[in-house]
Design a protein around this ligand. Structure first.
Ligand code: C2E
Ligand code: MG
Ligand code: MG
Ligand code: MG
Length: 290
């Protein structure tokens, strides 16, 4: 382990500290893994939904479903902690199955113009059978596949680009849209981006958080927006927390945005109230009179 090597090379004391920290982390991971193995998934897992907004039209075009886990023993555990553990221990596909079913049911209650964006892990797209399972679940739900966006990360795709290509083609052929999530943080090999059947690029929120302070981040976002346009892909920017960021991104040509500035993720019942409120807001005085 590289960090351990450095700690040892520096001083004995640091090495001891690091080892304890390392061990504590491993212990925590195995505690979480055990809890996850024994979890009653349908009880302990839930979803929240965060709007993806078309800022030019002032409309929600989709909700991204985000997993939440409350363990009876551990309390709430963040998906950035439990998803990687579920991936490593082979539990993720079961979690995906439970959550996808729920997300599809939720989306059926939204207007036809509002899509569902759902996160997948590598294992979920690791084989043609896995892809067929996803297609079957979507078909069975009765939701029009065109209203489903599946988000995959570069790290999930890069493992086996040829396999990923086949699987994504299967999903696309069924009318499902594909978004490349956290774009810009992984390998970002433009050599494969144009070969994959993608519909959307989601620019990672690390760029958004730096966009005011860092001209380099602005240049990167501008390049990605241009790339998306050339490849005829939609571009979604995530992690917008302030009006200033939204304005600047708007000026850079971004139209689809997601972040706390627009809304925090919310429970299913809240999505319905949120959409109702938005429908009322969008009736302009002219339309109201006519
Ligand atoms: P992601 O797919 O990139 O999701 C966006 C994350 O950014 C979410 O964190 C969301 O709550 C957070 N976020 C949204 N707007 C803002 C903002 O303005 N500021 C900040 N600081 N954060 C914002 P969350 O819900 O904790 O999820 C973390 C990651 O866990 C997700 O990143 C995704 O990679 C993974 N994940 C979540 N749900 C699922 C799931 O159902 N399946 C799989 N495979 N992965 C999931
Ligand atoms: Mg995502
Ligand atoms: Mg993302
Ligand atoms: Mg991200």
């Amino acid at each position: 382990d590289y960090a351990l090597y450095y700690a040892k090379a520096n001083s004995r004391g640091t090495a001891v500290l690091f080892t304890e920290e390392h061990e504590r982390r491993l212990r925590t991971q195995s505690v979480i893994e055990q809890a996850l193995r024994h979890a009653d998934l349908s009880r302990e897992m839930s979803l929240v939904f965060q709007p993806i907004v078309d800022v030019r039209r002032g409309r929600t075009v989709a909700f991204e479903a985000l997993a939440r886990w409350t363990s009876p023993d551990l309390g709430p555990v963040s998906p950035s902690v439990f998803v990687p553990i579920a991936e490593r221990s082979g539990l993720i596909t079961r979690i995906t199955a439970v959550l996808l079913g729920r997300a599809l049911a939720a989306a059926k209650a939204w207007p036809e113009t509002v899509a569902l964006s759902f996160n997948l892990s590598m294992a979920d797209i690791a084989s043609p059978q896995a892809a067929e399972g996803l297609v079957a679940a979507i078909r069975a739900s009765g939701l029009r596949p065109g209203r489903v966006i599946l988000e995959v990360t570069e790290t999930a795709l890069i493992q086996d680009v040829a396999q990923a290509q086949t699987v994504l083609e299967t999903l696309k052929a069924s009318g499902i849209a594909i978004a490349l999530d956290d774009f810009g943080t992984g390998y970002s090999s433009l050599g494969y981006v144009h070969r994959l059947p993608l519909d959307k690029l989601k620019i990672d929120r690390s760029f958004t958080s730096e966009i005011i302070a860092s001209p380099a981040s602005r240049d990167i976002v501008t390049s990605i927006v241009g790339l998306a346009r050339n490849l005829k892909l939609d571009c979604v920017v995530e992690g917008i927390e302030t009006a200033e960021q939204a304005r600047l991104l708007d000026n850079l040509g971004c139209v689809l945005m997601q972040g706390y500035h627009f809304s925090r993720p919310m429970g299913f019942a809240e999505t319905l109230r949120y959409l109702d409120a938005e429908a009322v807001r969008s009736i302009t005085p002219v339309q109201a009179v006519a």
